[in-house]
Write a protein that binds this ligand. Structure first.
Ligand code: AMP
Length: 512
């Protein structure tokens, strides 16, 4: 079993079909893609790379990303895509930890040589042109076959605390993820087009797999990132796009649509499906997204350790506003995806009854093989095949999972549990509020008390009293923030996740 066969199938069946676009420009057909990946595979093997060796990709989104991934799999290598926003020193730490031999980079991401590598290739150099030069006899380049349990991808966690850990993903993990997309996320046809707006080192790049399975097109925006105007224009030019986006990106797309009077019909011409996940999407934001852009959203919940596979909230479930539990469902992350079981358990791993809050556990063929060179962390995270996600939530009678918070974000005040997410959901419905993050701060009387950081929409203002009135009208008194901080922005990591640790540190330093 090797992911490389996904490319070979289409290169044989439809070699002339356009496969990769850079902006609106055709970059490669399936046949050209295979010829370039085969060329690079042959040259990597000739240079002495052997099956199982690790190759780092430390680059911004670029069409060669796809050619390098499939070349590596052709040669039986393991890819280590690294977030392009990391500091070179952080990337060096990953290079060393993974024991990587080669790295492909873009010079805007890292201009200097990273230590510890045998070879560093700038993907926009002549050197790389030579390595990726197409070969006419692609079929003669032997595929280094791999077993289902062999590693395909080491994904380094974003590590909001401590050093990142290398999640070992096998060919089976990624094959499972790809096939599940069609059942639980979205059917895909060869006429579809996937656009890589979010970093290809993460979920967006992983979604290349189902799109290649279906023989669909792959589009890398010329800007290499998230420019809403560019994405809407690309969709109009190429045909409706599918994309994976974190909630912050969804928000930017929706803002753009609203500001430019792009309604559901015009949105449908630009976007087929927007899959969102990776961080909480607040119900108020999704209700607005559906209103502005129409029913083209699907939510997934997963983590690097079970990539893109955990639960999903389908387009139909999101759009079914007449369902009596629609509001609750919209605030949930949906139901278990087909190849996994999901349950909620206590600290000992015992299942909890419906409605009770505990840790979310996932079991199935998408669950990682463990953490690279870290057996202790591996056996703590996966026990009897169950992945302990570190996320806290509860299941309802229909199997919908609602996430509360990561266990470390839970606030305990006066002995009562307060889930920041609940308070955030309420504050987001206050007039003019654009973003919110709620954290706990040590409190001599209560153990912890609730502090809300609030970002207002441009040009709008509020007062602590107004926010407090809003909360008083909608939540138990003990849950409401004791303090409000109105700020211009929230600290976020490279994937757009709010860094609550940093907010807590900020409060601790002002308390001194
Ligand atoms: P990562 O491994 O970097 O992809 O981060 C995974 C974490 O992001 C999960 O453990 C959750 O805490 C969070 N997450 C992922 N998807 C969702 C979602 N749909 N809603 C809320 N949080 C999510």
């Amino acid at each position: 079993m090797s992911l490389v066969h996904l490319l070979l199938r289409h290169a044989r069946q439809t070699p002339e079909r356009p496969a990769i676009f850079y902006g609106t420009e055709p970059w490669a057909t399936h046949g050209q893609w295979a010829q370039r990946s085969a060329g690079l595979a042959r040259r990597m093997v000739a240079a002495g790379l052997v099956p199982g060796d690790r190759v780092v990709l430390f680059m911004r989104n670029q069409p060669r990303y796809l050619e390098i991934l499939w070349a590596a799999w052709w040669a039986g290598l393991v890819v280590v895509p690294v977030n392009a926003k990391l500091h070179p020193r952080e990337a060096e730490w990953i290079v060393a930890n993974a024991g990587a031999r080669w790295a492909f980079v873009t010079h805007d991401v890292v201009a200097e040589p990273l230590t510890g590598l045998e070879r560093q290739i700038d993907v926009e150099s002549d050197d790389c042109d030579d390595l990726l030069a197409p070969v006419n006899d692609a079929w003669a380049v032997p595929v280094v076959e791999r077993g289902a349990q062999d590693l395909a991808w080491i994904f380094y966690t974003s590590g909001t605390t401590g050093r990142p850990k290398g999640v070992m993903l096998t060919h089976r993990n990624l094959m499972t993820m790809g096939l599940t997309y069609f059942i639980d996320v979205d059917p895909v046809s060869a006429d579809d087009a996937m656009v890589y707006a979010a970093p290809m080192s993460h979920g967006a790049g992983i979604y290349a797999i189902p799109h290649l399975m279906a023989g669909a097109r792959h589009v890398v925006p010329a800007s290499g990132g998230v420019e809403p105007a560019e994405l809407f224009a690309l969709g109009q030019a190429i045909g409706p796009l599918s994309t994976f986006a974190a909630p912050t990106i969804v928000k930017r797309l929706v803002d753009h649509a609203e500001q430019h009077g792009i309604g559901p019909d015009a949105s449908a011409r630009a976007f087929k499906t927007i899959v969102y996940g990776g961080a909480p999407m607040y119900a108020a934001d999704m209700a607005r997204a559906l209103r502005v852009m129409g029913p083209r959203f699907v939510q997934i919940y997963g983590q690097g350790e079970t990539p893109m596979v955990g639960t999903a909230l389908s387009r139909q479930q999101l759009a079914d506003t007449s369902h009596p539990r629609w509001a609750e469902r919209m605030a949930s992350v949906g139901v278990a995806q087909t190849p996994v079981q999901v349950r909620v358990a206590d600290v000992e791993g015992r299942s909890l009854p419906t409605g009770e809050v505990g840790e979310v556990l996932v079991k199935g063929d998408s669950v990682m093989a463990g953490y690279w060179k870290n057996p202790e962390a591996s056996s703590a995270a996966v026990r009897d095949g169950w992945l302990f996600t570190g996320d806290v939530g509860c299941l309802d009678a229909d199997g919908f999972l609602t996430l509360k918070d990561r266990s470390k974000d839970l606030i305990i005040s006066g002995g009562s549990n307060i889930y920041p997410r609940e308070v955030e959901e309420v504050l987001l419905t206050a007039p003019g509020v654009a973003e919110v993050a709620v954290v706990g701060v040590p409190d001599a009387e209560w153990g912890e008390s609730v502090v809300a950081f609030v970002v207002m929409a441009p040009g709008l203002q509020t007062t602590t009293e107004a926010l407090d009135q809003h909360c008083l009208a909608q939540m138990a008194r003990f849950k409401r923030p004791k303090r409000y901080e109105i700020v211009t922005e929230l600290p976020k990591n490279n994937y757009g996740k709010v860094l609550k640790t940093e907010l807590r540190q900020r409060l601790a330093s002002t308390a001194d």
